[in-house]
Design a binder for this molecule. Structure first.
Ligand code: ZN
Length: 355
């Protein structure tokens, strides 16, 4: 049994007056923490790492990302989301399986390097989702050692486009795309196959979740099917909701009420459901559903339970201001500043860090 001792480091501890405790030793046996004690209390170890001046903290959680965007960083300028989506998917990027594997693996390297050890990947494929593509991503995650929830992003309608065509019939030209739109029953079969192949593999480290794109992009049949799958496999449910004012208004027009109420009636809201963004939801509706906010750069993220300090979403890395370094945002960064001072916190960002 190989043992490693990290000697004389500080430990993040929100219960202590300073927010951290100094002069601690961490003993690691076969890749697992076996003991944490005051410096000097643990005598022998195969390997010793000097932890003086370093802060040990639990692994961070990236609660919403899209791994295919690891390779699309800064390829589209910052636009309003609806315009950005048109440009982003105009070329219908169809990555070979080997590239999907490498893109996913590269993302894990960047996350691990910055202290993120768990991720919820809202994984998409631009043309059509395939079991082989999902396998490629999951093989990369299996090798990475990270804890992973992979939620294949599924969609079978486009209410945004339908709404736009009502206002401007000439936009019907774009509707030819509808003929290639996925059928909900096919998507549900694909998800079932994927779940049976990967859910709880690697001693439970890998999980599968249904990941509908959002109520404006999914039929009621698809949402209901995803919910049934989540219940069947006793797993979570992840989706975008009300990221833009337009999305919110389209759903209001189609459903006759806010989309979150539609989801609530379907039984989708609950402790196992996490919602990315949720910007255009009133606080009254949030509190009524028992929902609370979690952090998400650029917009916001709301979750079915309270988000902890180490939870942060990056919503994909395609944005030039994005990055997988959850720690550099929000309270984690402020905590580092308290321990190391301003300069020390900046140093933790490493080369190429984004704010
Ligand atoms: Zn997203």
């Amino acid at each position: 049994m190989m043992t490693t001792l990290i000697q004389n480091c500080s430990l993040l501890d929100s219960s202590s007056p300073k927010g951290y405790i100094e002069h601690q030793d961490i003993l690691i046996c076969d890749h697992r923490i076996a003991a944490v004690q005051s410096t000097g209390a643990i005598a022998n170890s195969d390997r010793v790492i000097d932890g003086q001046g370093l802060l040990a903290l639990p692994g961070l959680i990236n609660s919403h990302t899209h791994s295919p965007e690891n390779i699309l960083r800064a390829t589209v300028e910052q636009l309003h989301l609806e315009l950005w989506l048109v440009k982003q998917f105009a070329h219908r990027a169809n990555f070979p399986l080997r590239l999907i594997y490498l893109i996913t693996l590269a993302g894990t390297a960047e996350m691990i390097r910055s202290g993120t050890t768990a991720v919820l990947d809202h994984f998409w494929m631009a043309q059509s989702l395939t079991l082989e593509g999902l396998d490629a991503a999951m093989h990369a995650y299996a090798e990475s050692g990270m804890r992973v929830g992979l939620a294949p992003l599924v969609e079978d309608q486009n209410l945004i486009l339908e709404y736009a065509v009502r206002a401007e019939p000439r936009l019907a030209l774009l509707e030819e795309d509808q003929e290639n739109r996925a059928v909900s029953s096919d998507l549900l079969v694909l998800l079932q196959d994927f779940f049976e192949r990967w859910h709880l593999k690697e001693n439970g480290r890998l999980k599968c979740l249904p990941g509908p794109g959002g109520p404006q992009w999914c039929s009621r049949h698809l949402l209901q099917g995803c919910l049934e799958l989540a219940q069947q496999f006793n797993t979570g449910f992840h989706l975008h909701l009300a990221e833009t004012c337009l999305q919110s208004k389209v759903c209001l027009s189609i459903y006759g009420r806010p989309a979150i109420l539609e989801l609530e009636e379907m039984g989708i809201l609950g402790p196992n459901t996490s919602i990315a963004h949720g910007v255009w939801i009133s606080d009254g509706l949030l509190c009524g559903g028992g929902l609370q906010r979690g952090p998400l750069p650029q917009t916001r993220q709301r979750r079915g339970r309270r988000a902890g300090e180490g939870i942060q979403g990056d919503d994909g890395l395609r944005n030039p201001r994005g990055g997988a370094r959850c720690l550099q945002r929000g309270r984690g960064r402020h905590r580092l500043r308290r321990v190391y001072g301003q300069r020390g916190a900046e140093d933790q960002r490493g080369p190429g860090g984004h704010g």
